[in-house]
Design a protein. Structure first.
Length: 144
């Protein structure tokens, strides 16, 4: 069974299953050690900016992928996408309907399961909106 992604409303810590806890300003090495079985790839831009992609997760019971953004070796932002079963595709890309369905699903899951709503929090910012430039659902959080 794929580990579930859960965000702690009070702290912004992201829990993946029972063994991985991600938190603001955590080092890349610590995250890689905890999540070593989930890492699907990484990208180092060579200028202090790095990304790690985690796969094999669930969010609200649906398959999910997580992207972790580091700046100067500290976790600054987390983004995720959810693959809803039967999401309409066109030419291999999600349709506007699929994107809207993902956004609705993510917002409802955040509210129902985690008591979280979009916007500013004491630990940072959380969002779920349509990214017109990338033509995709953008779900994520950033730490202060």
């Amino acid at each position: 069974m794929s580990p579930a992604l859960f965000i702690d409303r009070a702290t912004g810590c992201v829990r993946i299953g029972s063994s991985v806890v991600l938190q603001a300003h955590q080092t890349k090495a610590d995250v890689e050690t905890q999540a070593r079985n989930l890492v699907a790839g990484s990208q180092d831009h060579g200028n202090g900016y790095e990304w790690i992609r985690l796969r094999g997760l669930t969010f609200g019971g649906q398959p999910a992928t997580l992207m972790l953004y580091f700046h100067n070796d500290m976790l600054k932002q987390i983004a995720w996408s959810v693959q809803l079963h039967g999401a309409p595709m066109e030419g291999g890309w999600p349709t506007q309907e699929a994107i809207d369905n993902e956004l609705t699903f993510v917002r409802e899951t955040l509210d129902r399961d985690m008591s979280i709503r979009e916007g500013s929090t004491p630990w940072g910012e959380i969002w779920s909106h349509f990214d017109a430039k990338g033509f995709m659902a953008a779900n994520g959080l950033s730490y202060r």
